[in-house]
Design a protein around this ligand. Sequence first.
Ligand code: ZN
Length: 357
Amino acid sequence: MEFYLPTKLFYNIEAFSAELDKLGEKFLIITGKSSKYNGSLDELTRILNKTSKKYEIFDETKENPPKELIEKIIEKHGKDWDVVVGLGGGSPMDTAKAAAVLCKNNISVEELYKSQKYDSAANIVCIPTTAGTGSEVTQYSVLTINGIKKGFKHERIFPKLSLLEPKFSLTLPRDLTISTGLDALSHAIESALSLKTNSFSELFAFKAIEIIKETLPKLVNDLKNYELRKNMLLASTYAGIAISITGTTIAHSLGYSLTTDKGIRHGIATAVFLPFEIENADNKNSKKVRYILGDMLNFLKKLDVQISFVVNDQEISKWAENVANSSHVKTTPGNYNYEKIKQAYYWLIEKSGIYRG
Ligand code: ZN
């Protein structure tokens, strides 16, 4: 298939709530603590109270949701839900997707990765309050299973409905604005370079790169600017649509270990490998990325991106093995094997100028 997006997207809260009303009577809201402060949780409960829906709130989501978290939600709130709402950044949305499948199937969290084991899920609704993951328009959910960050994919976890409301991201601090913005940029660039790219994914990917290039450097010095927030949310949704077609490529796979083992935020951990990926892609689209964005390393430096962690050769070998076993290798141009993957890590540490040991 070239293009499939079954998610209804809304800007307008009242129009969104009319659609939400049709999805069911019982709502499980999955969120973190920040939705209490950015106005999004109040807005959602106001809508649900107006139509006397039954709802419960789980507000203990964590970054890089581990499988134990999903199990805890089901244990605490049960499975009898028509709708599971993911409210927040990528973690609550991805957690909601996993929980929605478990609500309708007697399977374990590990079995979410065996797509033939299930063909149903509770209705999924996403309300992003950051501009980064694009989870509001994808069939992906990334969880952490036994210390390894890995995504699962299923047509049934496309959200039925998503609300794009930029005002919820107005209170996002500078560091999270940068890391989530760079996640969106990674999605767009990795999609553009992917061997699975098509004319639809390219349309969304290149538009997202264009917007992020213009918007993100301004936004980091003007965090309360509604127009800039709106542009970033739009760009991250475009980038999400692009990866719903192509998936992500090697930079995501390389970054996962930096996040799980060294606590580097997902968007940063991924974006620092983009210069290497672009350089090694060396095809028509990598030239176009350069033409639109300029030099990727300069873009990162302009945003003051630096990372520091302590690592040894043994760890790098283990990380490289994980990447070599990931599906991303097959869709990335540049013939990545174990040695070349290791080279990417050593490039970051020894040559990029971003790494401070
Ligand atoms: Zn990502």
